[in-house]
Design a protein around this ligand. Structure first.
Ligand code: F0G
Length: 447
């Protein structure tokens, strides 16, 4: 598919962003020139995926599309049991309804916001055990999604086993910049988890991109295929949640998969209540068919080389202009270090959000804040949680934009960078939701 895009004027964008209460989620897509809000559900499907759509089986129960997807999941990940869901957070909702209870602790590597939301919604606590190197954007550690094993061991030792239902490893780690987790780290986390008798789950949205980084960066994996690497990664997991909107290259969908039959049996009840019958769970048969094809395409090395190569291309251009970004560049996005970019804006005034708005005003480019707004308030004290890093994420949809679009993005951001000293104030909150506030927050300039 191709879609025309419209270049607006600065005065139009000033009006639109004001009407959107300075929240980029409130913009209409026609008001956006290049949309790097997310890589989620925004990819272009292939000819083979569209062909699979045409042969979708829409039977309520036991459709051939369900079995097509079930076999693909077994082949790729080695999990016998699976349930479709309408997207990733629905997968979290179903599985966490079985596993998470009040007072639990769930260690992981910088849990994604919906994952953390589903944990905190159940009055449990997400414990971030990411390695310290990920908090320094200039540190070139090749696996900045890794878990700190010492910290993990302390966390596992501190709470009774009954209060730690699982450890969750996010591959790649979105919140630290689309950063991969090494096979060695995955293996060591699993060994530690086994010592304590605690299961390991993967939040698998970008599993194929993680496997690509392992193939490129980890000794011993240079001659393995992406699918062999994926199979080994998941051999250390007891189950997975998946947002198919990323490395499934479909516009909507998700699933959970696991080895354990009793988890599956219990999850079926929640799936039927929240999502739909166990063989469709919120997905059309045609969409399950397209997903089965997408999962295989996402694990093709040529696709991954071009996809991740495009992200690196944008990262290199920005670095060339001296713009501070998380390095090494991530798999799905370039994360701009907004604290370094806008040193004069106070953190209480949402530095990264201020930068996102400036880039939109400059050239109609939509990005997303991964900073204080997204970090939300502490559920107990209701104080703002100030993360160590304030990021503006430039997420690249799969198979959509050309490198020329990315050159426009790089030059636009350089224009903002050239006047960064003059940007001294940010925004204040007018109204916000009690949880996951960044999606619907209303803001006003502080000056
Ligand atoms: N886990 C990770 C690592 C994610 O990045 C996301 C979504 C989810 C779970 C939830 O999946 O959206 O299908 O419900 N990330 C999107 C993003 C929204 O822009 O990074 P979902």
């Amino acid at each position: 598919m191709v879609e025309p895009i419209y270049l607006s004027t600065r005065s139009e964008r000033e009006k639109w962003i004001r009407e959107a209460d300075y929240n980029l989620f409130n913009l209409r897509s026609e008001q956006v020139y290049i949309d790097l809000l997310t890589d989620s559900g925004t990819g272009a499907m292939s000819d083979k995926q569209w062909a699979a759509i045409m042969t979708g089986d829409e039977s309520y129960a036991g459709s051939s599309s369900y079995y097509h997807l079930k076999e693909t999941i077994l082949t790729l990940f080695g999990f016998e049991y699976f349930l479709p869901t309408h997207q990733g957070r629905a997968a979290e909702n179903v599985l966490f309804s079985v596993l998470v209870k009040k007072g639990d602790f769930i260690p992981g590597n910088a849990h994604f916001d919906t994952t953390k939301g589903h944990i905190e919604f159940r009055h449990a606590t997400a414990v971030d055990c990411t390695i310290g190197e990920s908090g320094d954007t200039s540190n070139l550690h090749p696996f900045k999604g890794n878990l700190d094993l010492q910290l993990l061991r302390e966390t596992l030792g501190k709470h009774p086993k009954e209060n730690i239902p699982f450890i969750i490893i996010t591959v790649t780690c979105n919140s630290t910049g689309g950063q991969p987790v090494s096979m060695q780290n995955i293996r060591e986390v699993k060994e530690l988890a086994d010592q304590f008798g605690i299961p390991v789950l993967f939040d698998s949205a970008r599993f194929a991109e993680n496997a690509w980084f392992i193939s490129q960066r980890e000794p011993g994996y240079e001659n393995k295929t992406i699918r062999e690497i994926v199979r080994e990664m998941f051999s250390y997991a007891d189950g997975m949640t998946m947002s198919s909107k990323k490395d499934g290259i479909v516009n909507i969908g998700g699933f959970i998969a696991m080895r354990n039959k009793s988890w599956y049996d219990e999850s079926c009840t929640f799936n039927i209540m929240f999502e739909g019958f166990v063989t469709y769970g919120g997905m059309a048969g045609r969409d399950m068919n397209a997903l089965a094809v997408g999962l295989m395409e996402a694990t093709e090395p040529d696709y991954l080389a071009s996809r991740i190569g495009q992200v690196q291309y944008l990262g290199e251009m920005l670095s060339g202009y001296g713009i501070p970004v998380q390095k090494p560049y991530g798999g799905h996005a370039v994360f701009v270090d907004a604290k370094m970019f806008l040193p004069n804006v106070p953190q209480e005034e949402f530095i990264a959000q201020t930068l996102c708005i400036e880039l939109y005003l400059e050239a109609g480019i939509r990005s997303v804040e991964v900073g204080t707004l997204m970090a939300d308030r502490d559920p107990d004290t209701r104080e703002n949680r100030y993360p160590k890093l304030e990021f503006m994420r430039l997420a690249i949809p799969r198979r959509v934009y050309t490198n020329l679009h990315l050159e426009v993005v790089a030059v636009a951001l350089k224009n903002v960078f050239d006047r960064c000293d003059s940007i001294k104030t940010g925004y204040r909150i007018v109204s916000e939701a009690p949880i996951l506030r960044h999606f619907t927050v209303k803001l006003k300039p502080t000056r």
